[in-house]
Design a binder for this molecule. Structure first.
Ligand SMILES: [Zn+2]
Length: 253
């Protein structure tokens, strides 16, 4: 299984438009973060978790020519607003499969009504194969995917486990019962927004204590704000088995 970090930034990305913050002005490519998403390549299939506003550029940058499914964590804009840009895949492949909780599907139908239209559909609009998921393992081509439920302030969000890999973003609270489902993962990805606490995202300290509970061989932090600091400075402060993810990072598991 190969993982490519397509984006590792928080909702506004880094740099933020018009920001004078030193991290936003950094020339280090690792300090430039598009909105969060990962590409998972496994057994000849390509899966993307979330498709935010940077989706088009992320697909071009990763030279991704086919997608077999998009799996959504939740409906916030930084995770869904690239859905229209599945058109090139749709034109080549036909309907694109998406997997999401029913609440997320409802939000997608409101925002992308023309994609879900059944009558007088605009000819260039893409079509989907919609898969409604619950907090229960599901099959995705040759994978068994385990949703991990967490809370993003008051909103339920799904992380996903693919065998020895798990990806969780936008978490502020995960119950012990859900943490149990992560036992034995080799590589864990989890969000760490900044140093200061935040009402809906783990800060660095919360992310590190979550990693300690799950106890993976290796953990990567994502959904990073400029307020976390420069990549290279923060990296030096982390335990050996924890690293900051950065855009373009590839892992083979
Ligand atoms: Zn987010």
């Amino acid at each position: 299984m190969k993982i490519t970090f397509l984006g590792t930034g928080t909702s506004q990305g880094i740099p933020i438009i018009g920001s004078d913050h030193p991290v936003c002005k950094s020339s280090n490519p690792k300090d430039k973060r598009l909105r969060v998403s990962v590409l998972i390549e496994s057994s000849g299939y390509n899966y993307v978790i979330d498709c935010g506003p940077d989706f088009r550029y992320q697909m071009l940058r990763a030279e991704c020519e086919r997608i077999d499914a998009i799996i959504f964590t939740h409906e916030h804009s930084d995770h869904v607003m690239g859905l229209d840009d599945i058109r090139p895949f749709y034109f080549k492949q036909g309907n694109i499969s998406i997997y999401a909780h029913k609440r997320v599907l409802k939000a997608l139908k409101q925002r992308f009504d023309y994609i879900f239209a059944t009558k007088n559909k605009y000819p260039g609009a893409p079509s989907l194969n919609v898969h409604r998921i619950k907090n229960k393992s599901f099959r995705l081509c040759e994978e068994v995917v385990v949703p991990i439920k967490g809370m993003h302030a008051d909103l339920e969000v799904f992380g996903y486990r693919f065998n020895e890999f798990a990806y969780l973003t936008d978490m502020k609270f995960v119950s012990e019962k859900e943490i149990e489902k992560l036992k034995g993962v080799k590589v864990l990805v989890v969000n760490a927004l900044r140093i200061e606490p935040h009402h809906s995202h783990f800060n660095l300290e919360e992310a590190l204590s979550f990693i300690e509970k799950v106890n993976p061989e290796k953990a990567y932090l994502t959904h990073i704000s400029h307020l976390l600091g420069f990549h290279d400075d923060v990296e030096k402060t982390l335990p050996d088995h924890v690293s900051l993810a950065y855009d373009g990072l590839e892992l083979t598991i």
